[in-house]
Design a protein around this ligand. Sequence first.
Ligand code: ATP
Ligand code: MG
Length: 573
Amino acid sequence: MKTSRFLLSTIKETPADAELISHQLMLRAGMIRKLGAGIYTWLPLGLRVLKKVEKVVREEMDRIGAQEILMPSIQPAELWHESGRWAQYGAELLRITDRHHHEFCYGPTHEEVVTDLARRELRSYKQLPLILYQIQTKFRDEIRPRFGVMRAREFLMKDAYSFHEDDASLKTTYDVMYETYARIFQRLGLNCRAVLADSGTIGGKITHEFHALAESGESLLAYSDESGYAANVETAEALMPLGERKPATKKITLVNTGSAHTIEEVCHLLKIDPKQTVKTLIVKGREKPFVALVLRGDHQLNEIKAAQLDAVASPLAFASEADVLKTVGCPVGSIGPIDLNMPVIIDRSASVLSDFVCGANQADHHYRDVNWERDVAIEMIADIRNIEAGDPSPDGKGHIRFARGIEVGQVFQLGTRYSTSMNATVLNEKGEMSTLFMGCYGIGVSRTVAAAIEQSHDEKGIIWPDAMAPFHIAIIPLIKDAQDEMSQKIKALAEQLYEQLTKVGYEVLLDDREERPGVKFADMDLIGIPHRLVLSPRLGLEQVEYKSRKSADVTTVSMKQLINFFKEINLLD
Ligand code: ATP
Ligand code: MG
């Protein structure tokens, strides 16, 4: 490709509305343009990168025998009623009505459609296991689309689905997929980590997420400093503290805490550590109208863990201030577990406290030296807090540290979550109807592009790993006066080199624009081409200057040695 013919839409200024560096650079490099909130057009440069990700994903899916299909993006509501997700999914599901008043949705994921396909096409256990996949546009009406294609509403996903006779076969394929995901991200040049995860609205129990490690990542990951344990904080288990609860040493007393309402204010007033207090949060219940959740004052509620409890409504919903006032009879800052007229669930760490402080369920009052069982019965203990740095690792080995990540993929063992509700069966060896076991496996193809930029850039722009680069090599001829003889020769040599390298199989961008050298260098650095060749009258016709985007060093290579040189640095291997 030659820049004179290529839609190179680079921008010098940093776009004001782009927070993340990847979003800024994708706009500045002319990879994407925004059409609406969370909806983007991919320009030629961006699309070349997106196709590179697709290519690696496709090759790796095909390698393990997965078969590519293409399902529609518009899906009939009936299927979603069958799975139960029409009611469950909420506002992220974009619902559409056609001219005949039939309801549809724009697919956020394809479990329903693929399960419907499987129940129609699969007859016998002999056809199993089977893996189908597609690379297709999804729509999720995200509440806060942001960071460009990182959290878009319309985005490209690779979604794969596997079908099995039994759980053992599902587990085998799950492991193969897990390994394949690790390979994909490694081939793409990403620094990724697999972590235990929560299955959200997709369903199933066993699931891992793949995260590109990056400071800007939206996910907080907990890992052990001694073992291989790693989990999304959403799901990482906070263990029951070791040892017995200490016996009560003091009598319970009611204290007027006046205008001190927050944990911080109360601790300041009473000169105590937040670790000696509990906070009580009121949420909506599944059967009872409200449920109280009690945590140690310095701990954070984990909303996902809480919403998974039978007594608690899912998704988690907090009681309003008005609800609290009406039900408990005091403002939110004064709630405590003593004589509370609703089920009380106590976090593990809060349950081992003694002589602690809590709200007194009376405005402006707290109790001091409260003790479980003596002053308030323990009804139920559960793990409902976020794990914290320094906590013991749930696998018993080492302590927890944190890292941030961008979720680029997730694999799920669905089991029979969809096949039971949608009645997807095959005949087993004995000729009996047997419910299919399923797995599903997603990769955010468009998000992966942004994640790669988050991991690899500098002040000049993007630094693509070879596998994702829109072009492998940029050729920049430096010609002062295109009319003089030497300039003409350099120009011709650049064309010749371009042909030669293209023939060998490299993707080459020849910058044949009549621009100043500074402009050309800046553009090639911004769009991140990994290998740069400069031709100039100074170097003559026998030599070319090579520079890797990753390093500041410039080397002179003889024109004859060039192909060998690229072989030696393993370009395209
Ligand atoms: P998230 O937690 O980031 O909202 P998710 O867990 O809901 O993502 P999955 O259902 O696991 O997403 O979808 C598979 C993959 O699709 C994700 O791992 C992610 O890489 C990608 N993805 C999901 N939502 C978006 C989005 N709004 N924009 C871009 N990519 C997305
Ligand atoms: Mg996910």
